[in-house]
Design a binder for this molecule. Structure first.
Ligand SMILES: Nc1ncnc2c1ncn2[C@@H]1O[C@H](COP(=O)(O)OP(=O)(O)OP(=O)(O)O)[C@@H](O)[C@H]1O
Length: 224
């Protein structure tokens, strides 16, 4: 199966207040359609790693490949383009624009990418909202929907540019068990039926145990 994301010998140092080796020779691959979780104690480097993998942090040693293309060392505007086109994000907090409608929020990354017309983007957004069973919310303001619905809107927004990989930093961290299971089911369906790759940092063992693979981190290293 093809490799979507590959990290080779990733090392990261925080230089202030004192030099600190936070990520130590990280190597792994995520394949097409794979649903992987990252677990590990607080402070072991999970979020730091996710920031590097998602191309938001470029201050590291090692190489990162996205769809077999070396992205380490690419200039910022191109990185931003690659990120918007190939990587979708779902965070613990949804980061929706509360005064915008649901559909406007979902359309934003596609408008930024600028490769499709407004009606095409609107059509795509409706399709994603339907896929997540929240089409009926499309005209509501983002501030007027529930927490579980907000997270589904954030997933629709993450999917709008048909990325190769979705990255999540504790995407179910603010949800009750019913809504967390619902988000898990959506992710599982996306990986099984659409061949989407998912990499999710979580503290939720039940969630992680249901994913295809658990990447266990400890003290800046991958343990298994
Ligand atoms: N900007 C920074 N400067 C210096 N040290 C940092 C910085 N950001 C994070 N750290 C430290 O790096 C380590 C890893 O942090 P990180 O946020 O990646 O951990 P984590 O595994 O995601 O933790 P949690 O599960 O609590 O979210 C921690 O010891 C943290 O204090």
């Amino acid at each position: 199966m093809s490799v979507v994301l590959e990290a080779k010998h990733i090392n990261k140092y925080f230089k202030k207040p004192v030099s600190f080796h936070v990520l130590k020779d990280i190597n792994f691959q995520i394949k097409k359609g794979e649903f992987a979780s990252i677990m590990g104690k607080s402070g072991c480097g999970k979020s730091t790693l996710l920031y590097i993998l998602s191309t938001m942090d470029t201050d590291y040693e090692g190489q990162l490949y996205l769809n077999n293309q070396l992205i380490t060392g690419q200039e910022r505007t191109h990185l931003s383009y690659l990120r918007n086109k190939h990587i979708g994000f779902v965070f613990q907090f949804h980061y929706l624009l509360s005064e915008f409608s649901v559909i406007e929020n979902v359309m934003l990354p596609a408008k930024k990418l600028g490769e499709k017309s407004y009606p095409e983007i609107e059509h795509d957004a409706i399709e994603k909202l339907k896929m997540l069973n929240i089409e009926h919310l499309s005209k509501k303001r983002a501030s007027q929907v529930s927490g579980g619905e907000k997270q589904r809107i954030a997933i629709a927004r993450a999917l709008i540019n048909n990325p190769s990989v979705i990255m999540g930093d504790e995407p179910t961290g603010n949800l009750d068990s019913y809504n967390a299971q619902n988000i898990f089911n959506i992710f599982k369906q996306l990986s099984d039926e659409k061949g989407l790759s998912l990499l999710v940092v979580t503290h939720d063992e039940d969630f992680a145990n249901k994913t295809d693979r658990i990447i266990q981190m400890g003290d800046g290293k991958i343990l298994v």
